[in-house]
Design a protein around this ligand. Sequence first.
Ligand code: FEO
Length: 172
Amino acid sequence: MLNQKIEEAINAQINAEMWSAYLYLSMAAYCHSQGNPGMGKWFEVQFQEEQDHAKILFNYVISRGGNVTLSPIEAVPTTWNSILDVFESTLAHEQKVTSLINNLFALTTAENDYATQSMLKWFIDEQVEEEETAQTIIDNLKMIKDNGYGLYMLDKELGARVYTQASPLAGK
Ligand code: FEO
């Protein structure tokens, strides 16, 4: 059984993950509109991954006999100043998500909820990867600057990204 505080906090995180999904779909549209279809595809995969994150939390609340409460997803930005700006915004957003997960983890300690804490460990590891990936792309873009061939190659590379379902959802 989940206590009230934990249930509310996980429901808020489900909303945050769905907002992230919406944000990345918007970034995908921007990249496509700027003539970077590979980056657009990369953000479409990111969109799918964020929905997985929400679903992992959704499944967990149900498995503990709690109530999932889905709330409205707020509007997301629809335009950026440049491709570099999109990825810098991605990193800033992931850093914010990391702090949300950390706060949730701290709450489970305060509430002695070790089952939820154990479930959240997957998210803690995932955030390390999310931040590192965004930082690497930013580094690449800064190296390339406005070199057209470099951008073309990076777009191709990012377009090769393939969605794989998050491991906690296997068989669910
Ligand atoms: Fe669900 Fe990108 O963190």
